[in-house]
Design a binder for this molecule. Structure first.
Ligand code: C2E
Ligand code: MG
Ligand code: MG
Ligand code: MG
Length: 281
């Protein structure tokens, strides 16, 4: 009986495995179609000056408008795009869409703030990030000061010589370099210095600890003083409460981002925010 039961379980698992592989293949096919049929769109999340609430920039966050499944978040497709290498093409699409959007806003007479684009480690493997960004700036005749890149601390850690060359090249072009999810990886000061990093974006797990004892505050205090000494700015991500904002102001954190200020917004809502340059007083 035990043997039979075992067999049954095997068949059950086989079935599950098959289903998973099939799903993956389906999603892969659908991702290819999404690229072909232009199903991606960009939402923009504002970043503001902590003391004044002035709008300083926004982060481009990709969404997939699936014809049947609705709006799909990056958590559900970016990993697969990275594994299959499709992230290269998707990354180019993001850069192009962001540049096109800024051009549109500029043509409406808006004072456009710099937009940061997330770049996966895998995108640097092809050594094409610099090319895609240069192409976008040239195609739309935009100054490089309007584009910034976000690279996670763990992606930076995996980086080889090429990654450093690419980052140095981008930095030389005037593209701001932001280290995303800072505090969750293991970067060294020498790496930060070598890459000419402009901004440390402290991961939201640290922001969420603010107001729950002194430990979280000590972490931010240390990051702020280190960043200042190295000539970098500090952004706190994931700010969700007035208390977190108030603590971050006391700790002289430079900039903030999070649901308390604004969620990632469709382009037309982001445009309205650019008309009122202070999001809070
Ligand atoms: P990330 O770059 O660290 O982006 C921040 C994520 O946190 C976003 O999720 C944002 O919606 C969310 N967030 C912002 N404020 C708050 C807050 O106050 N509370 C909470 N709980 N969450 C907040 P999203 O848009 O789902 O993106 C997830 C991740 O997907 C991003 O993390 C980034 O690593 C990746 N991603 C997004 N767009 C792109 C892209 O165009 N290219 C690549 N390569 N990766 C992307
Ligand atoms: Mg980011
Ligand atoms: Mg982040
Ligand atoms: Mg993050």
């Amino acid at each position: 009986a035990a043997k039979n039961g075992g067999k049954g379980r095997f068949r059950f698992y086989d079935c599950m495995l098959y289903e998973t592989i099939q799903n993956r293949l389906d999603t892969e096919q659908e991702l290819m179609r999404a690229i072909r049929d232009d199903q991606f769109l960009i939402h923009y999340q504002p970043r503001v000056h902590a003391q004044s609430g002035k709008l300083l920039g926004a982060e481009a966050l990709i969404r997939w408008q699936h014809p049947q499944r609705g709006l799909i978040q990056p958590a559900d497709f970016i990993a697969l795009a990275e594994e299959t290498g499709m992230i290269g093409q998707i990354g180019d699409i993001v850069v192009d869409k962001v540049c096109a959007q800024m051009t549109d806003w500029r043509s409406q007479g808006l004072d456009v703030v710099p937009i940061s684009v997330n770049i996966s480690a895998r995108q640097f493997a092809d050594n094409k990030v610099r090319h895609a960004i240069a192409a976008g700036l040239e195609k739309y005749a935009l100054p490089s000061s309007l584009l910034e890149i976000e690279l996670t601390e763990s992606a930076m850690m995996r980086g080889d010589g090429d990654l450093f060359d690419e980052i140095a090249g981008l930095s030389g072009m005037g593209i701001g370099i932001h280290i995303d999810d800072f505090g969750t990886g293991y970067s060294s000061l020498s790496q930060l210095q070598r890459m000419d990093t402009d901004v440390l974006k402290v991961d939201r797990t640290f922001t969420s600890q603010l107001g729950c004892g002194k430990e979280g505050e000590r972490f931010f205090t240390a990051i702020v003083s280190m960043a200042k000494a190295l000539g970098m700015r500090v952004v706190a991500e994931g700010v969700e409460t007035a208390e977190q904002l108030s603590i971050l102001r006391t700790l002289t954190c430079d900039e903030i981002q999070g649901f308390f200020i604004a969620h990632p917004l469709p382009a037309d809502e982001m445009r309205e925010l650019m008309r009122q340059p202070h999001l809070f007083a």
